[in-house]
Design a protein around this ligand. Structure first.
Ligand SMILES: *[C@@H]1O[C@H](CO)[C@@H](O)[C@H](O)[C@H]1NC(C)=O
Length: 336
């Protein structure tokens, strides 16, 4: 029966049977006034209990909402007394771009006082990136600058062959320098690529950088990590397998600099002309920094709080196969 009838009908039958039963029972005897009083008492008691449960529910909802707004001050919030972290993120169009930016934006939403400068390697700002940024609710600046063809990597080139993001990072620097007054005075600059993985802690490590702070980066340089070597609280060299004699043998994700320093040395930047692996050194030398200026973070550079993860390039080879077989592959109107 229960399987055949929809639940609602089943319920109706039960209610109807119950009411009929009540009517039959009722017809057998007249209520005494004592019985009526007792019933009244019972009803009163139940209505009290219902009221109690309702109040309980209200209190719980209120508690939950307060909790939410407490969390809200941690998420995506702005505390005027706290230095602002300016993130410069170059990005280029690829199949994995939306996934990478989405993931990164969700990390940043958990960090207070963020200003995200995103620079597309493109002739025009894309709708997709514009929309994504708008949706984050973060403070952001959206720029674009196209890398000239001669500096572009062919898709088969190993990813270290030509520097990436040079013009985009420079555009971000230029924005900071031209908006001297709109950025907060107290600030720190970090070059944060869109495919890395960031612990929330790394942002708090860098937030109070005096000049330049440094820390290890995981999964980089064909090693488990690269890191500054620290002796007696001072950076004295670099743990890396590749060109350890570079002035600053550190990955882009391994340092942050005080905003005032960036404004003080307006020529410091990146270049498509420098030797491979020297972008970081070029920028940091441009800020007139030396090893003794570096502030070791992440527990004296003994903890990895950022990873050079890189997103695997997705194969789309079945798209062509479907096209060949059915003359039709995936719907191009569905954004990925
Ligand atoms: C953006 O920055 C302004 C100050 O420049 C601040 O008042 C506002 O709360 C910030 N918004 C977010 C979402 O961080």
């Amino acid at each position: 029966m229960a399987r055949i009838l929809p639940n609602f009908l089943y319920l109706c039958v039960i209610v109807f049977a119950f009411l009929s039963a009540l009517m039959i029972i009722d017809s057998f005897h007249e209520c005494s006034s004592a019985e009526l009083d007792a019933t009244r008492e019972l009803l009163k008691k139940y209505s009290h209990q219902v009221q109690f449960v309702k109040n309980e529910r209200k209190t719980l909802i209120e508690k939950l909402e307060t909790q939410r707004s407490v969390d809200g001050t941690k998420h995506n919030s702005w505390l005027p007394e706290l230095p602002v972290i300016y993130l410069i993120t170059p990005t280029h169009s690829r199949a994995e771009q939306k996934a990478d930016i989405t993931r990164m934006s969700h990390t940043l939403k958990l960090v207070p006082n963020i200003h995200w400068i995103v620079i597309e390697d493109s002739e025009q700002k894309s709708d997709m990136v514009s929309r994504l940024l708008e949706q984050t609710g973060l403070n952001y600046t959206h720029l674009n600058v196209l890398t000239p063809q001669k500096f572009k990597m062919a898709s088969k080139d190993p990813n270290w062959l030509k520097p990436r993001g040079v013009l985009q990072r420079n555009a971000g620097l230029e924005w900071l320098r031209n908006h001297k007054n709109s950025p907060a005075k107290k600030g720190v600059l970090y070059f944060a690529d869109d495919d890395n993985t960031y612990s929330l802690q790394i942002f708090e490590e860098m937030r109070f950088t005096q000049k330049a702070s440094v820390w290890p980066v995981g999964l980089v340089g064909y090693l488990r990590y690269e890191r500054p070597i620290v002796e007696k609280g001072q950076v004295v060299g670099w743990f890396t397998a590749w060109k350890p004699d570079r002035p600053f043998a550190i990955d882009m994700a391994g340092f942050a600099v005080n905003l005032q320093l960036v404004l003080k040395y307006p020529k410091a930047g990146f270049s498509n002309e420098v030797r491979r692996g020297y972008q970081e050194s070029t920028f940091l030398s441009g800020l007139q920094l030396t090893l003794s200026d570096l502030e070791p973070k992440a527990n004296m550079c003994s903890e990895v709080l950022v990873w050079h993860t890189r997103t695997e390039k997705s194969s789309m080879e079945n798209e062509a196969k479907l096209m060949k077989k059915f003359g039709k592959a995936s719907n191009p109107n569905i954004e990925v």
